[in-house]
Design a protein around this ligand. Structure first.
Ligand SMILES: NC(=O)c1ccc[n+]([C@@H]2O[C@H](COP(=O)([O-])OP(=O)(O)OC[C@H]3O[C@@H](n4cnc5c(N)ncnc54)[C@H](O)[C@@H]3O)[C@@H](O)[C@H]2O)c1
Length: 333
């Protein structure tokens, strides 16, 4: 598939690689692209503490190829990258607290491995269109709301610094070498296939688990507001970014429906689950130091560039998430 200035109207037959494709967002994206007829190659290291899970591709595993490989392995990349039309680059270490406890692993995965992928693309496949999964995390504590892309970047943890550097390398490789790259700064994303075993991926995961088990979960603070994005809307954003050549070279915020406070969110989780309860507590010290407070995105630039908008409201997204985990709980515990 050659790159042109026209929007991509079909991914049928396109060769697509998804790094981190056994993880939460990557597997939802893989499912969508398989349904659209793409030839999908999923590359994932399946490190136990991260979000990768073979259960995430149950039901469609025979319709894609899986390569258990580590993005840090540049020899593997030299085999995997050639011939791909699109590379959705979602592999990452995502735990904020984990990045403080083990900063060098975060650096290796979120920066060094990213540079390795870009170097491999430059050398062996400079026309592959790359969509990078960036994050709102490195805006830090917002000066103003909603946060647009011109907001200062002030990461509050090691993960934020490394993701910021990872994005900067992607932007640089577009500017200097012309690699066709788009970067999406995602807000908190939730939905089926996320890690719910613990709070490593997002607090929403452990809340859903505890509610389904009719247990208790903790809400730290509670007045902070967030614009949670349902995963199908995030997948739509990746597809729209890949399909829109005019988006090339840009960095975009991806937000969600209107923001809610965490205590409103917790009440909704309990009401929809019909089980569980929560306790409001003050922040544990180690978390407080890296919390960003209120955040919601101004994603008007991406909407204008691609026509994308979030379609799933919070109530519907939580309902679909709870239904999914009710049916598949044991695969996620
Ligand atoms: N979920 C969110 O709310 C959110 C918000 C902002 C940004 N993001 C970004 O989106 C991307 C996907 O996040 P997710 O929530 O799906 O997380 P996830 O942990 O479910 O997925 C990441 C995947 O990457 C894999 N991986 C990690 N290191 C790897 C390596 N060295 N080589 C190969 N694979 C490796 C993991 O095994 C996992 O399957 C990440 O880059 C993350 O920083 C996510």
């Amino acid at each position: 598939m050659s790159q042109s200035a026209d929007p991509v109207t079909s991914f049928a037959g396109a060769k697509v690689m998804i790094t981190g494709g056994l993880g939460f967002i990557g597997s939802n994206l893989a499912l969508r692209l398989v349904e659209q007829g793409a030839e999908v190659l999923v590359v994932d290291s399946l490190v136990p503490d991260y979000g990768g899970n073979l259960a995430n591709i149950a039901g469609f595993a025979e319709r894609l190829r899986v390569n258990i490989a580590d993005l840090r392995d540049r020899h593997a990349l030299r085999v995997l990258v050639p011939g791909q039309d699109f590379i959705f680059n979602l592999a990452g270490q995502i735990g904020h607290l984990d990045s403080m406890k083990d900063p060098f692993t975060d650096l290796d995965i979120n920066v060094v491995a990213q540079l390795g992928l870009l170097e491999t693309c430059r050398a062996l496949n400079p026309t592959a269109r790359i969509i990078y999964a960036s994050t709102r995390q490195f805006y830090g504590r917002p000066d103003r709301l909603p946060v647009d892309e011109a907001h200062p970047l002030r990461p509050v943890d090691v993960n934020g610094i490394n993701k910021m550097a990872g994005e900067a390398y992607h932007t640089l490789y577009h500017q200097v070498y012309g690699l066709p790259i788009v970067s999406l700064r995602l807000t908190n994303t939730y939905g089926p296939r996320m890690r719910i075993r613990d709070a490593r991926q997002t607090f929403v995961g452990i809340w859903l688990r505890r509610a389904l088990e009719d247990g208790v979960f903790e809400v730290w603070g509670g007045e902070q507001c967030r614009d949670l994005c349902f995963v199908d809307d995030a997948v739509d954003a990746f597809i729209a970014a890949a399909a829109t050549p005019a988006a090339t070279g840009h960095v975009y915020n991806i937000g969600g429906p209107p923001p809610v406070s965490l205590s409103e969110l917790a009440e909704l989780v309990v009401a929809l689950a019909g089980a569980g309860r929560f306790e409001q507590k003050s922040f544990p010290e180690e978390r407080k130091r890296i919390d960003i407070g209120d955040y919601w995105a101004d994603d008007a630039r991406f909407r204008a560039a691609t026509g994308w908008a979030p379609r799933v409201d919070l109530r519907e997204g939580l309902r679909r998430s709870l239904d999914y985990y009710r049916a598949h709980l044991s695969a996620y515990l």
